[in-house]
Design a protein. Structure first.
Length: 339
């Protein structure tokens, strides 16, 4: 048997050395080392041999197998190198051709809008604050003057976890956290992701962004709210923008108002973006409800404040003329490359 193995080895080595193509090498691999290959067949005979010779023969066969594998791999890379050299010499491979450069990413349109909003408010002395996306029911509702049986909770049907936790349905709970931790004056904005159980369509999504603003101090009035938001509207949408307030209802502010700007597309003449009204609703706002101040441990007789909240997704859609909110999360480069 030893002889058979040696013979097999020398004929294989001879053929490997003569091989000139990668296919040839692969065929030899099958011929000798494959499942029905010659070396495998010899190894199968091993079982019939006397027990004292078996280990020696087994070891020899394995050594030959390793040697042949090594030879074939070496020959294969030799052939590949040769092929590449020939191509370069024959210029069929142009090594001066520039490679494929990785395309640099772009800043997501919502991140761009968030950046603009942040710049404007930090310019006005506001501080940017962050908060957790998993909130307590208390911070999300009760502390904001929305008790368990309050009908307005239905507007914010949320994703609930056990033990009184949920995915925050607005960024307002961060107000509560900050007010509990600090004493006035407070001047913050809170950008972040929020979640509601909305059915996804062109204008609704279960995840969207919000920027919340809060200012609490002594003698803060509605005029301060108006001044800050006018400044914001003009920096964000153009220096000639007009703003208009319409009474509204939010449980955590009293009085409450929706703020609109005159349409920046048609300058108030009426167009598709403003639905012919000349005005576009941009944000909700109001004076902080005394109950909210009380639950933060502030005396509403001493401190007053205003709060506002806006949707950067909607602002991005208006500003860039995007008609489907789903595009923001589709991660489609054809869309994202346009910004
Ligand atoms: Zn318009």
């Amino acid at each position: 048997m030893q002889e058979a193995l040696e013979q097999l080895k020398s004929s294989a080595v001879c053929l490997i050395e003569k091989a000139s193509g990668i296919d040839e090498i692969e065929n030899l691999r099958v011929k000798y080392l494959g499942k029905k290959g010659e070396l495998t067949t010899v190894l199968k005979e091993l079982g019939k041999m006397p027990a004292d010779v078996r280990p020696v023969m087994g070891q020899l066969a394995n050594t030959i197998k390793n040697q042949l594998t090594e030879l074939m791999d070496g020959k294969k890379s030799e052939i590949e190198t040769k092929k590449l050299e020939d191509e370069i010499i024959n210029q069929s491979l142009d090594i001066t051709l520039p490679g494929k450069a990785p395309s640099p990413g772009r800043i997501h349109p919502i991140t761009q809008i968030l950046g603009e909003i942040r710049d404007i408010f930090t310019g006005l002395g506001f501080e940017v604050v962050d908060g957790p996306e998993v909130e307590t029911e208390y911070n999300n509702f009760e502390a904001l003057n929305i008790p368990a049986d309050h009908p307005s909770r239905e507007m914010w049907d949320s994703f609930y976890f056990r033990k009184g936790l949920l995915l925050r349905s607005h960024t307002s709970p961060v107000q509560v956290r900050v007010m509990k931790d600090r004493k006035p004056p407070i001047k913050i904005i809170v950008p972040g992701k929020t979640y509601r159980r909305d059915t996804v369509d062109a204008t609704h999504h279960w995840m969207f962004h919000q920027v919340e603003g809060l200012l609490v101090d002594e003698k803060v009035t509605f005029a301060d709210l108006k001044g800050v938001l006018l400044k914001f509207a003009r920096q964000m949408f153009g220096e000639t923008r007009k703003i208009s307030f319409k009474p509204s209802y939010f449980p955590f502010t009293e009085p409450s108002a929706e703020m609109s700007i005159d349409c920046f597309v048609c300058n108030g003449e009426g167009c598709r973006v403003c639905k012919q009204s000349g005005w576009i609703e941009i944000l909700g706002s109001g004076m902080v409800h005394p109950n909210v101040l009380r639950s933060a441990g502030y005396d509403p007789e001493k401190y007053t404040g205003f709060a506002f909240g806006m949707g950067p997704d909607r602002i991005a859609m208006l500003k860039y003329g995007i008609n489907d909110i789903r595009l923001f999360s589709d991660n489609d480069l054809r869309f994202l490359e346009q910004f």
